[in-house]
Design a protein around this ligand. Structure first.
Ligand code: NDP
Length: 297
């Protein structure tokens, strides 16, 4: 089986290079491309030519415009990468009979209420990023290609920058931290996303009826504030040599921390469909965060 991966050096893309390798012959591209193949999602013709050249059985798109605030001032570029490029991949996947795996986000929802969102819940993105990610999903579904769209939330990885690392650094530099406590969700490890993706691909290749949209996040829920406290407590327990200066980690409401893009208050995702369809168990979010901390400390 030939697998074509875009975005190989992102948080999720990096882990996919590991988890997809045993499934088949993997061609993994970053923005720069390789061997005459185009990996730049803003080059729509280049993408189409690349899919036709590789003739993969599975296309995995881990590349995206993920700068949520910057997208507010670059809506066209965000739309090209998050909506038009997936549309091209979907068209080409349909043409060559490939399964297209794509990632989306809790930001397609408006964040109202306090119940975990199911896949069929009404969408209502609050930001340019959310609008473009939703448009990408819709283009894939409308193309008629076989697809797995995995909506996830609050992604972190040992490699690259992330919220947990920023909190650890700030806790060593400042005496007081303020962290938002009215946005709810689950921090999702890129490792978990990559491993679930590999299982889902293997099963969907055997049973094409499993294609569709799924929510993917670990078990449990938290706020950014509780997440920050957990990270700092775990880090100081695991590495007592770390000098935590922050004696206070204060909760603040979103309203006191203005950003260009609005973010949903309720990012909880209901993962029942994924667990049932693929027979998978999703561990508590703390497990992956502890593992990531053990790797980076
Ligand atoms: P990252 O930001 O870590 O990685 C995105 C990758 O896309 C980067 O490697 C980036 O390359 C690449 N990229 C950006 N523009 C282009 C382009 N024009 N052509 C080719 N590659 C490009 O994202 P994640 O791994 O965290 O996200 C994976 C998926 O999960 C995305 O679909 C995202 O929308 C979704 N998601 C992410 C969440 C999060 O909290 N991060 C939450 C929910 C969903 P470069 O480094 O060169 O810019």
């Amino acid at each position: 089986m030939k697998i074509l991966l875009f975005g190989k050096n992102g948080q999720v893309g990096w882990e996919l290079q590991r988890s997809l390798a045993p499934l088949g012959e993997l061609t993994a591209l970053d923005r720069a491309g390789a061997d005459g193949l185009c990996g730049d999602l803003s080059d729509l013709d280049g993408l189409a030519t690349t899919v036709r050249a590789v003739q993969p059985q599975v296309i995995v798109n881990a590349a995206a415009y993920t700068a949520v605030d910057k997208a507010e001032s670059e809506p066209e570029l965000a739309h090209r990468i998050n909506a038009e490029a997936p549309a091209v991949l979907a068209r080409e996947a349909q043409a060559c009979g490939a399964l297209l795996v794509h990632y989306s986000t809790d930001y397609v929802f408006d964040g109202s209420g306090d119940q975990p969102w199911a896949e069929g819940a009404p969408t209502g993105p609050l930001s340019v990023y959310g609008v473009t990610k939703l448009a990408g999903e819709q283009a894939i579904v409308q193309s008629g290609c076989a697809h797995l769209i995995l909506r996830t939330s609050w992604v972190y990885a040992a490699r690259g920058g992330n919220f947990a690392k920023t909190m650890l650094r700030l806790a060593q530099e400042r005496e007081r931290l303020t962290v938002i406590d009215d946005q709810w969700g689950a921090p999702t490890g890129a490792e978990l996303i990559a491993d679930v993706t590999a299982h889902a691909i293997a099963q969907t290749r055997q049973q094409p009826g499993k294609a569709g949209i799924y929510h993917l996040a670990p078990a449990g829920e938290t706020t950014w504030h509780a997440y920050a406290k957990y990270v700092i407590a775990q880090a100081s327990q695991a590495q007592p040599a770390i000098k935590i200066k922050a004696t206070e980690i204060a909760p603040i409401p979103t309203s006191t921390y203005p950003t260009s893009a609005r973010r949903p208050h309720n990012s909880r995702l209901n993962t029942h469909k994924l667990q049932t369809a693929f027979g998978l168990h999703l561990p508590p979010w703390q497990d992956g965060v502890r593992r990531m901390l053990a790797e980076i400390l």
